[in-house]
Design a protein around this ligand. Structure first.
Ligand code: GLC
Length: 526
C-alpha cells in the first residue's frame, strides 16, 4: 500500500505561512516552528509551494534555479531541518515542481537570449512572427495579453502561457526531459516524498502551434479570465502526450513510492482521468467546484461524476492559493463555512487524497487587500480576478500582524478578528478548527473499514449518500431538509458537521439543511 492511500495533505503557501526573521515574508524557519500545528490537526503530508531562487514575478512560480532555496525563504540547511522535523512528526514532504516554464532569469533562458545558436535556445519555444508581423499564433497568456513576447535581438517571439517573465519550456526537446529527470532525482535523494506538478496539463503543446478555435466573442475590455475562456484550448492545454513525461518520472529510482500529484487544470473528468494510473500521475488535483457559484445540485452531480470516473479518486480540493476562499465563494459567513465543511465531509468519504489549504481548517474567508496593496500579477491586470485575498498571512494569534511576522508583511491586509486565529480557535473546542480536526480524525479512524471506490446511492437533488465499505456518508448541500433512505441495517453516528447528538439510525432519516454526517454499520444485534 502506498503512503498516500487514505492520506490528507496540507498546502503551505510559504510566503504567507510564518516568518521567522522579521523580513515580512514567510520562510522555512517559520514553517518548521509551526509544523506541530499540522501534526496536531492530523494531516499526513505537507506540500510547500515554490521556494526556489526566483525574481518573484509570480511569487516563486518563476524558478531561476531548481536546486536551491531562495534566500528570502532560507537556505538548503533550513530545508533539511524542515524536512527532518516533518519526518519526526510523521509528516511526508511534498514540494512544488514547476516544469512548464522557468523564470526569464534562469541561466537557460539567459543563454537562449544571449545566443540564438546555443543549445538552451532549443529549451524554449521561439518562433518567427506570424504573417502579419505579430505573434506566431492566437494563444493567450493566463495573466492577460498574448502568450508571446518579442525578443528584439533576434526578431523572434517566445511563448509564455503565464507571465512574460515565465517563458515556456519546449517539452518536445529530449534535453529538457533529461534536465527535469535529474531535478526530480535531486529532490527525491534529499528525501522528498512527493511532488505537486504545476500546470501539468500544459507541458506538451501542439507540434505545429496551431491557433486555438475561438468559441465566444472577445470584448476589447475583457479581463484575462474572460479572454482566456473565449477560446477552446485544444492546442495549448490538455494534450495526451504530457502523460509520457510523468511515466518517465514514475520509473526513476524510488518513483513508485514518490507521489506525483498533477495540477491538471482541465475541468473535464475524462481528460483528467487519462493522465492517472498505469505508471502515470498518481493523482490529479480536482478543480470541479472551484470556478463556479454555489450550486448544491450541480455540485453534488459534479462530485459524483468525478468520483465515479476514477477508482483511485483525486487530490480533492476546494481551496488553494489561486482561488477565493471557499466560505467566501459559497456565500460567506457561517453558511459559507458549513457548506465548505459539508463538501469536505464528502471528500473524506472518498478514495484519493484531500488537500487542506492553510487557513481552511479555520474556516477563513478571503482576506481584504486594498487595490493599492495588490501584489499578484493577475490582480494587477484585473483587481477582481486577483489571487491576493487567498494569500494573506496565516492568522496565528491576536498579536501584531496576527503573529505572522514581527516586521511589515509582504502583503498588506486587514487584521483578522480574534475568532479567526489559530490561538483562539484552539482554546475553543466549539470552533471550526476542532470540528475540522474531528473530521480528519474520523477519516483516519474509519480508513480500515472505508473500502472500495464508494457507491453513490439514490438521493434527492443536492443530497449525496455514499457507501464505502462499512462507512456511510450523507451530505445535504441544499437549504431544505433532505430525506434519504439508508441501506438496510443500523447505522451508528461517527461525525456530524452540525455537532448533533444523533441516535443510531435506520430506514429513512432527515438530513438537516447544509450539513453532513458520517455513520458506520452497527454490529447486528445477534
Ligand atoms: C499554477 C499555480 C499558480 C501559478 C501558475 C503559473 O496555476 O498554482 O499560482 O501562477 O501555475 O506557474
Amino acid at each position: 500500500m502506498q503512503w498516500w492511500n487514505n492520506a490528507v495533505g496540507y498546502e503551505v503557501y510559504i510566503r504567507s505561512f510564518a516568518d521567522s526573521d522579521g523580513d515580512g515574508v514567510g520562510d522555512f524557519g517559520g514553517l518548521t516552528e509551526r509544523l506541530d500545528h499540522l501534526a496536531w490537526l492530523g494531516v499526513d503530508a505537507v506540500w510547500v509551494t515554490p521556494f526556489y531562487p526566483s525574481p518573484q514575478a509570480d511569487f516563486g512560480y518563476d524558478v531561476a534555479d531548481y536546486r536551491d532555496v531562495d534566500p528570502v525563504y532560507g537556505d538548503m540547511e533550513d530545508f533539511r531541518r524542515f524536512a527532518t522535523r516533518a519526518r519526526d512528526l510523521g509528516l511526508k514532504v511534498m514540494i512544488d515542481l514547476v516544469p512548464n516554464h522557468t523564470s526569464s532569469e534562469h541561466p537557460w533562458f539567459r543563454s537562449a537570449l544571449a545566443d540564438p545558436d546555443s543549445p538552451e535556445r532549443g529549451y524554449y519555444i521561439f518562433r518567427p512572427p506570424g504573417p502579419d508581423g505579430g505573434p506566431p499564433n492566437n494563444w493567450l497568456s493566463h495573466f492577460g495579453g498574448p502568450a508571446w513576447t518579442l525578443d528584439p535581438a533576434s526578431g523572434e517571439y517566445y511563448c509564455h502561457l503565464f507571465h512574460r517573465m515565465q517563458p515556456d519550456l519546449d517539452w518536445s526537446n529530449p534535453a529538457v526531459r533529461r534536465e527535469f529527470e535529474e531535478i526530480v532525482e535531486f529532490w527525491t535523494e534529499l528525501g522528498v516524498d512527493g511532488f505537486r506538478i504545476d500546470v501539468a496539463h500544459a507541458l506538451t503543446k501542439d507540434h505545429d502551434l496551431r491557433d486555438n478555435p475561438q468559441i465566444l466573442p472577445l470584448a476589447s475590455d475583457a479581463t484575462p479570465n474572460q479572454a482566456f475562456s473565449a477560446f477552446e484550448h485544444v492546442h495549448d492545454l490538455g494534450l495526451d502526450s504530457s502523460r509520457e513525461i510523468f511515466e518517465a518520472w514514475k520509473s526513476l529510482p524510488g518513483g513508485s513510492d514518490t507521489l506525483l500529484v498533477g495540477e491538471v487544470y482541465l475541468v473535464d473528468v475524462d481528460r483528467s482521468t487519462s493522465y492517472m494510473g498505469d505508471g502515470g500521475l498518481d493523482l490529479c488535483l480536482f478543480f470541479g467546484l472551484n470556478r463556479r457559484p454555489w450550486d448544491p445540485v450541480g455540485f453534488v452531480d459534479e462530485l459524483r461524476d468525478w468520483a465515479e470516473a476514477s477508482k483511485r479518486g483525486f487530490a480533492w480540493t476546494i481551496a488553494s492559493h489561486d482561488e477565493n476562499r471557499p466560505p467566501t465563494r459559497f456565500g460567506g459567513g457561517e453558511a459559507g463555512r458549513r457548506r465548505a465543511l459539508s463538501i469536505w465531509t464528502l471528500f473524506c468519504s472518498l478514495p484519493g487524497m484531500p488537500f487542506v489549504y492553510q487557513g481552511e481548517e479555520l474556516g477563513l474567508e478571503d482576506g481584504s487587500v486594498e487595490p493599492e496593496h495588490v501584489q499578484d500579477p493577475v490582480g494587477k491586470a484585473a483587481y477582481h480576478e486577483g489571487r491576493d485575498p487567498a494569500r494573506t498571512p496565516m492568522p496565528w494569534d491576536t498579536g501584531p500582524d496576527n503573529g505572522f511576522t514581527t516586521g511589515a508583511p509582504w502583503l498588506t491586509s486587514g487584521t483578522r478578528a480574534p475568532a479567526e486565529t489559530v490561538q483562539h480557535q484552539k482554546e475553543h473546542p466549539d470552533s471550526h478548527l476542532w470540528l475540522f480536526r474531528d473530521l480528519l480524525a474520523t477519516r483516519k479512524r474509519l480508513a480500515p473499514i472505508r473500502t472500495g471506490p464508494g457507491r453513490w446511492l439514490p438521493a434527492p437533488p443536492g443530497v449525496a449518500v455514499v457507501l464505502s465499505g462499512e462507512v456511510l456518508t450523507v451530505a445535504n448541500l441544499t437549504d431544505d431538509p433532505g430525506g434519504v433512505v439508508l441501506p438496510p441495517g443500523d447505522w451508528s453516528p461517527e461525525f456530524d458537521t452540525a455537532r448533533g447528538d444523533n441516535p443510531v439510525a435506520s430506514g429513512r432519516i432527515e438530513v438537516p439543511p447544509t450539513s453532513a454526517r458520517v455513520y458506520v454499520a452497527a454490529p447486528s444485534p445477534l
